[in-house]
Design a protein around this ligand. Structure first.
Ligand code: ATP
Length: 218
């Protein structure tokens, strides 16, 4: 179990905070807005109405003992930066910050925060990817253009042999196949797919794009 602080309890910050709680961590939530704090106070370990640009407030809350601090102040870039500066001065090592604009991102880069988050952009990319590749239900970017992709088999591909799908992208590795609750890690190439099956594959972006086109063309 770890201890986190989430500063700014708008929709993004509140979601991060409650998710961390559901993952069995302790969370201190801080927001200027009384209503936001009251809405969430019974779900968090500790919720405080406070101005996070005031270093004394952060000090009193003992934020430096947190394993990580998420700064989720959006619109008020000045407040976000000031808060990050105080956290840095207090010696907080793991600071993740939500950035609202390019200039905000640039300043945060110079402040050397561990992670800069762009939730709206990230979600926009994911929505566009899902619309473009409906069979891809999840993906994870690895380094060097490699991806792990979860594919759901739809009715169009029911009864298609796996090797018929994969023959146009032999560079792609099938990591696992799941049907109902049964997971297989050694996937037979002549497996006949069924609607609802899950495949998890790994490969470079270009062959994956190629495979996606083949999925659509079937
Ligand atoms: P979201 O999209 O997550 O709802 P947003 O990106 O529009 O939020 P804001 O609403 O500007 O961002 O800020 C998020 C929260 O941060 C708000 O609830 C706001 O009250 C809080 N906040 C802003 N300034 C401070 C501050 N100085 N100290 C603490 N909380 C602050």
């Amino acid at each position: 179990m770890a201890l986190f602080a989430v500063i700014g309890l708008g929709s993004f910050g509140a979601t991060v905070a409650t998710q961390l709680i559901s993952l069995n961590h302790e969370v201190i939530g801080i927001d200027l807005n009384k209503k936001y704090v009251e809405n969430i106070s019974d779900q968090l370990t500790h919720a405080v109405i406070a101005d996070a640009t005031d270093e004394h407030v952060l000090d009193e809350l003992n934020v430096q003992r947190c394993d990580a601090v998420v700064v989720a102040i959006g619109e008020d870039i000045e407040a976000s930066i000031l808060c990050v500066l105080h956290l840095k001065n207090m010696g907080v090592k793991k600071i993740w910050v939500k950035a609202k604009s390019k200039s905000h991102h640039m300043i945060l880069t110079h402040l050397n925060v561990e992670k800069i988050i762009h939730p709206e952009e990230d979600m926009g990319v994911r929505v566009a990817q899902s619309l473009s590749y409906p069979m891809v239900s999840r993906y994870m970017a690895l380094e060097d253009d490699h991806y792990i992709v979860k594919i759901e088999i739809h009715a169009d591909h029911h009864a298609t042999p796996l090797n018929q799908l994969m023959k146009h992208a032999p560079e792609i590795t099938t990591l696992l196949h799941k049907r109902g609750s049964v997971v297989q890690y050694q996937v037979a190439s002549d497996l006949i797919l069924q609607e609802g099956d899950i495949l998890v594959v790994e490969g470079l972006l270009e062959p994956l794009r190629h495979l996606a086109r083949y999925f659509k063309a079937l």
